[in-house]
Design a protein around this ligand. Structure first.
Ligand code: RP5
Length: 167
């Protein structure tokens, strides 16, 4: 059983969506991934969602580009949280996918993150935050990641301030 199911509309989406998988791996959270399309393989998409929910998947993460309906189609078939990652490659660097993913009509929510790799990473972190509800170990790990990030900023600042990066 995977806690998180990563779905993407096309095999080429994995270039970005692997970032989601890598972030989940960092905290050893089990995931699975499939290519499935809301419009090319609609029945397969529904079956994947139903089977995953029955098997205990707790969060769905969907990456898609262009007229990106995958996250919305998945959300239509589950009451588990669905996170949508809009991908670039279409109009205006992914603005088409962003609007297609974020503009869900009321009643069927999709938590939409930023376009591309930053969004793919944040999708994993948001999923981890959901999974961390009532899980002290995972909560502590997420706090540790925040501290690591803060230390990296301070280290970068020290480098700039010391002049080591040039003037
Ligand atoms: C979407 O359309 C996919 O998520 C992909 O990002 C985009 C283009 O897919 P291909 O036509 O290149 O497979 O369904």
């Amino acid at each position: 059983m995977s806690d998180v199911l990563i779905l993407m509309g096309s095999a080429k989406d994995w270039d970005v969506m692997r970032t989601t998988a890598e972030e989940l791996d960092r905290l050893h959270v089990p995931w699975s991934a499939h290519v499935t399309s809301a419009h090319r393989t609609p029945e397969r998409t529904v079956n994947l969602v139903r089977d995953a929910e029955a098997a205990g998947t707790r969060v769905f993460i969907c990456g898609a580009g262009m007229a990106a309906h995958l996250a919305g189609a998945v959300a239509a078939h589950t009451v588990r949280p669905v996170i949508g990652v809009p991908l670039g490659g279409g109009v205006a660097g992914g603005l088409d996918a962003l609007l297609s993913t974020v503009q869900m009509p009321g009643g069927i929510p999709v938590a939409t993150v930023a376009i591309g790799a930053a969004g793919a990473r944040n999708a994993a972190l948001l999923a981890l935050e959901i999974l961390a509800l009532g899980n002290d170990g995972l909560t502590a790990e997420l706090r540790r990641l925040r501290e690591e990030q803060a230390a990296n900023v301070e280290q970068a600042d020290a480098g700039i301030a010391s002049g080591a990066w040039g003037r």
